[in-house]
Write a protein that binds this ligand. Sequence first.
Ligand SMILES: Cc1cc2nc3c(=O)[nH]c(=O)nc-3n(C[C@H](O)[C@H](O)[C@H](O)COP(=O)(O)OP(=O)(O)OC[C@H]3O[C@@H](n4cnc5c(N)ncnc54)[C@H](O)[C@@H]3O)c2cc1C
Length: 594
Amino acid sequence: MEQQKLLKSGEFLVREIEAKDVFIPEEFSEEQPMIAQTCKDFLETEVYPVIDKIEHAEPGLMPSLLKKAGELGLLGIAIPEQYNGFGQSFVTQMLVGEKIGAGYSFSVALMAHSGIGTLPIMYYGTEEQRQKYVTKLATGEYIGAYCLTEPGAGSDANSGKTNARLSEDGKYYILNGQKMWITNAGFADVQTVFAKIDNDRVLSAFIVERNYPGVVVNPDEKKMGIKGSSTAQIFYNDVKVPVENMLGKRGEGFRIALSILHMGRIKLGANVLGSAKKSLTDAIKYANERKQFNVLISTFGAIKYKIAEMAIKTFTTESAVYRVSKDIDDLIHQNIENGMEYGKASIEGISHYAVEAAILKVYGSETLDYVVDEALQIHGGMGYSAELFIEKGYRDSRINRIFEGTNEINRLLVVDTAMKRAMKGDFDLFGEAEKIMNSIDSLTDSKKNNESYYEEKKRYIKNFKKVILILIDAASKHFERKIIDEQEVLNNIANMMMELYVSESTLLRVEKLESMKGASSVSIYKDILDVNIYDTASKIQKESIDAVNSLEGFASCDKLLKAINILTAVRGCNIKEARRRIANKLIEENCYKL
Ligand SMILES: Cc1cc2nc3c(=O)[nH]c(=O)nc-3n(C[C@H](O)[C@H](O)[C@H](O)COP(=O)(O)OP(=O)(O)OC[C@H]3O[C@@H](n4cnc5c(N)ncnc54)[C@H](O)[C@@H]3O)c2cc1C
């Protein structure tokens, strides 16, 4: 592998990427769709038939479903064979996450178990810890949980009060404290618990078994959605945790917690995709059955608009999800080639892409909220009935903007991480920004004569990047160190970066698809791209103008506003007809299949 070609996290802001260098879902191997089908079959045969019982949290049902999934191998996808798993690529892990994502509460239980519940031990555990726990977590013999949040420590996760002190004989850590909102708490056998040793400033991590005396699990919380997922408080009262159950080194817990959250976030991006596709398909089917004014509601332009918008957001999210998944796979392989052990190579590879992880988390969860809302709307009054899956999907969606780091925290991370990586020297963000600022008076939209379709779209993307760079440069100069207190402006920049990354991923996917399948096969994808770029331009324009107008007193505001108008101008197209073509295809096929 050519190591220098790997894109650094956040580097998409300054580098031009070629279509041949991105992975697209149309390149799945022969085996990957078969694994995806196994997941779909599992939901159809094991989960959907008992969905009401799951919703009512029938005792024992969720753990028994997880164990069945374990027998099929669905819990060990990310675990190497020597620990009873299947050692699949990161792309495959994401595909499984996507397909299971259509499983409502079951999906939350499975993803929490096989992600944040298992992987801290896989990635940071000693060989003994892996043999003892991971081998059983991979098969479902044990169920896992991740215990970070406390009543006083949510977004500020390092502020927890749970404490560990070494016993006098030096054999145990005595754990005292309280965790809350813990997924799978009601039945998890193994918990990764974060606590501070003595008066340490940072967390350490411990593997705690449910059966250790002093572990007390409260009854499940009553929740708005994901009602079948167990969420509870856990108390630790003088729990004796063997010293060999410390995970990583003393004080390494916060780093472990954050790295695992990067992983959780990125997988959430895949997970919400499966859920969005399910709700969208349900909405299309309903629109093709329901008649009003003597015609099917799917014939109405307002309904077509909704179907097309849902499809565009789903397709564009998917483009970004699999693009970064393969980038992560490549980095993991590179790490292994450079001599890193699998667990370390994996978590280093995943957490490297922290900017993109936060983008996928926010963009994906907000896409899903949009989709479930419009899918419900298409159902009219029936959408409000608890008889249909659609209402469940609507309620279940909402949690995705809260856990794995709230979307507010993740928006801040998008910008903060990119700027820190740039300052570390990963890529030249400020130099590029400076160059654009220096030539701002003579800035043009760089349009060439006889541009091809893709040349034109790439020019737009390049121009959007310029807008973001000049905004980062101007905001950094204006606010200096106080920029961290200017969350509204940071949000403007984060929103632009998200739109840009997703649009660029979509553009590269469509271009690559055309090179694989020929121009006649991609017309619908070009419609998606046209509408997406058109919308992205106006979103970037609005966010950037808002940001510039917030830089009161900054000398170059007028120049910036002029530049923004030049750089966000895109050619108009008949987006109404483009959306109709997209919707008509899905309506004809009676499902979301793009
Ligand atoms: C159903 C469910 C399952 C969960 N599962 C788990 C689990 O398995 N393990 C686990 O450890 N945790 C879990 N959590 C906890 C979850 O991760 C936290 O709820 C989340 O991190 C937010 O923390 P908080 O609830 O304390 O909100 P707070 O941190 O109090 O946030 C309240 C609001 O303030 C905003 N805010 C906070 N800080 C800032 C800031 N610096 N800048 C701008 N805005 C800010 C937030 O974005 C939010 O809008 C779960 C939660 C739920 C509801």
